[in-house]
Design a protein around this ligand. Structure first.
Ligand code: ATP
Ligand code: MG
Length: 326
């Protein structure tokens, strides 16, 4: 069995395509935004951006494709990504539209209310251009977030990139990141299914596993996905931990670290970024799962979706100091 189903880091950066946002977080719990209230932010955000930032912080080579406006919200993101070592040469700066944003407020139950500006912001205004092509031609791995497929620009870039990267020996990971109930248009659904079938690594949350497989039941879904050709699957279960499944029927369970959750946003993205970086840097699934679990858990202890992303040494400290659920 090869040590990793993912291409080695030396082949070229992991790239992620999609929305770059600022997030503004309500500091009190409650229902939505229909009255004035204390807010804190802007924090750099967007699931693909959080993923790539954590990938780079762990030491993986990493690059982002997307767009920001020519404004401070854009600079908040570019400054953070650059500081954390992410190649932003293919992030466009849009002169007409402002940087995308998400306002979030937690309810007492842990549910969240959002006000988004993505589709009509710079976040969706990028596409296949010379800088994107130059980056893709030297990339070693593509990570796809299901949410990004709602943007035509991202769908176009992903469709081109997957062919080019696979042809040069690179690999693909997919985080479905789509609620089971969410109905996509037929062409998007088709592209999603094609990406799943081409994925070397799949990173679903519990109900997304069945959605990606198109069949009910965990065991049946896993079987179906391996039949399609998926290389390995890591199932995320929030505070209940995560499990790795190999094609040969093997399984590794990783208990979650015991932390107090302050802001759950970004856990899955940090988990994925750390896992992909770890595997591409040569870690086995068990070690990569440990770093991924630590990255997800550490991130929920800090307010702001990307604020808790950890470097390798920060994660080592966290792992040594934090007990795990049994
Ligand atoms: P997202 O809401 O960001 O899309 P997700 O559903 O993709 O999240 P989660 O399962 O919530 O991903 O989180 C990913 C991993 O992060 C979990 O498998 C776990 O290891 C860790 N994690 C998440 N939340 C917690 C928590 N409250 N305590 C400890 N670990 C956590
Ligand atoms: Mg998710």
């Amino acid at each position: 069995m090869p040590s990793s189903v993912l291409s080695p880091d030396e082949l070229g950066p992991t790239i992620c395509v999609g929305e770059i946002l600022v997030e503004i977080v309500a500091t009190t719990t409650g229902e939505g935004f229909r009255s004035p209230q204390p807010l804190v932010g802007p924090y750099p955000s967007g699931a693909p951006a959080i993923f790539i930032d954590q990938c780079s912080r762990l030491g993986g080579s990493a690059a982002m494709i997307g767009a920001v406006g020519d404004d401070d919200f854009g600079r908040v993101n570019l400054d953070r990504l650059r500081a954390d070592g992410v190649d932003v040469s293919a992030v466009a700066i849009d002169r007409q539209f402002p940087t995308g944003s998400a306002f979030v407020r937690y309810r007492a139950s842990g549910a969240r209310d959002f006000v988004y500006n993505i589709a009509t912001s710079a976040a969706s205004r990028f596409g296949w251009d010379d800088k994107v092509e130059a980056l893709v031609r030297r990339a070693g791995h593509l990570h796809v977030m299901g949410t990004a497929l709602s943007m035509p620009s991202a769908r176009e870039v992903i469709a081109h990139a997957v062919e080019i990267i696979k042809a040069r020996g690179g690999t693909l990971s997919v985080d479905p990141n789509l609620r089971k109930e969410l109905q996509l248009s037929a062409p998007i659904e088709r592209q999603f299914a094609e990406l799943v079938a081409k994925a070397d690594l799949l990173l679903p949350s519990a109900d997304e596993l069945e959605r990606a497989a198109g069949v009910d039941g965990e065991a049946a879904a896993l079987r179906r996905l391996f039949e399609l050709g998926v290389g390995e699957i890591v199932l995320k279960r929030g505070a209940a931990g995560a499990s790795w499944f190999g094609r040969d029927g093997s399984r590794i369970d990783a208990a979650a670290f015991a932390v107090t959750e302050l802001d759950a946003t970004g856990a899955g993205d940090c988990f994925g970024g750390a896992y992909v970086a770890g595997r591409r840097l040569g870690m086995g699934p068990e070690q990569a799962l440990t770093y991924a679990s630590a990255a997800g858990a550490r991130n929920v202890t800090v307010r702001g979706p990307m604020e808790g992303a950890g470097t390798r040494s920060e994660l080592d400290t966290f792992i040594a100091a934090t007990p795990r659920h049994v």
